[in-house]
Design a protein around this ligand. Structure first.
Ligand SMILES: [Zn+2]
Length: 344
């Protein structure tokens, strides 16, 4: 067993507590509390009972995040029911996805201590919630009556070990693709762009970024290499928290007008229905429906979508290495092969 660390702050847990990475209210919602679930479905079919899926945390950290859980619960229920949510709701929901994504990555470190030695995490949940641009694409899948439970895809992939920045979560019959990294959506939402990133110190992950002026208009597709499903609803949020001292960010009128908290670099949420244009800004109180048509898809399609978004996040990242380039190239070949078999 690896040395114990708080999954929120990364320090030795103060008055030890345990955090459920997948919250109990969500497990109850899917009627799965007495059943095992697939972790890293479908590659290794490792069964874990979600109620035992809990990891060390400080009491203080745990209660701070309990506030987020309480706020997100009704929002997620609305999304699962296809009801309306606001821009502010979508922003909180993406905070929660940041938390779950990084939480699942850290739990991989706990479950496989070998990975931790390999990767050496520089960050914990605290340092990754609402820190970079992010995207959440939602679609409903025709599960042919089998749509109960929670599965996650991509959290044990080789690239995820180095870039825990994209994964897929399936809750009942709703399928969420989530990704977060710098420059993911800012440039094509009209926000300032990172033009250059230099890796200063590979041992603490420090990077020097040079910003460029934003274009002040939306250009579809928002992520050039990722086209959402035609029956999906996708949220995009630029976040420039680390760059607010740059006048290109702090003095930009377009940024201020399209932010929820411009001073702290929290951009506003933009929403897109389907995949042809139509991306629009949602103010904090603006509402959007979340109902989408059921699409029929397969597990292999979902896995391929996840591999694709993980490769996109890697390719956009400033901090690639020989190993990660190698893995990303392999992903490219898998995707090419898959699209060929689909055409036949
Ligand atoms: Zn802590």
């Amino acid at each position: 067993m690896a040395e114990k660390f708080c999954i929120f702050c990364g320090k030795k847990p103060e008055d030890k507590n345990l955090e459920h990475v997948i919250p109990q209210w969500l497990i109850r919602l899917t009627g799965r509390e007495r059943k095992d679930v697939f972790v890293n479905f479908p590659e290794d079919h490792k069964h874990i009972n979600f109620l035992n899926f809990k990891f060390p945390a400080c009491t203080k950290c745990n209660s701070q995040y309990a506030i987020l859980e309480a706020k997100v619960k009704p929002i997620l229920i609305n999304v699962l029911d296809g009801k309306t949510i606001t821009g502010a709701d979508a922003s909180l929901l993406m905070d929660w996805f940041d938390k779950v994504r990084v939480g699942l990555w850290l739990t991989e470190m706990y479950l496989n201590p070998g990975i931790k030695e390999d990767v050496q995490p520089h960050f914990y949940i605290d340092s990754r919630v609402a820190k970079t641009d992010r995207m959440l694409s939602i679609q409903r899948v025709d599960m042919q009556g089998k749509g109960h439970g929670i599965s996650f895809i991509g959290t044990n992939s080789d690239l995820f070990k180095y870039f825990p920045s994209a994964f897929t979560l399936l809750i009942n019959d709703v399928y969420f693709i989530n990704a977060a990294t710098h420059n993911l959506v800012s440039p094509r939402l009209g926000f300032p762009t990172i033009n250059k990133a230099e890796f200063l110190d590979p041992f603490n992950g420090k990077v020097l970024y040079t910003m460029g002026q934003g274009r002040h208009k939306i250009a579809n597709p928002i992520i050039t290499t990722f086209i959402p499903n035609k029956d999906s609803i996708t949220f995009y949020q630029p976040i420039l928290k680390e760059f607010t001292i740059d006048p290109l960010v702090s003095n930009d009128k377009y940024v201020i007008e399209h932010s929820y908290d411009a001073q702290n670099g929290l951009g506003g949420v933009f929403v897109q229905k389907g995949n042809v244009g139509n991306t629009r800004y949602l103010s904090q109180n603006d509402k959007t429906g979340t109902k989408t048509k059921d699409v029929s898809t397969t597990v292999s399609n979902m896995v391929m979508d996840t591999i694709k978004i993980q490769k996109i996040v890697h390719d956009k990242s400033a901090v690639k290495s020989y190993e990660t380039n190698y893995i990303a190239n392999t992903y490219g070949k898998i995707l090419e092969q898959y699209s060929k078999t689909k055409q036949h």
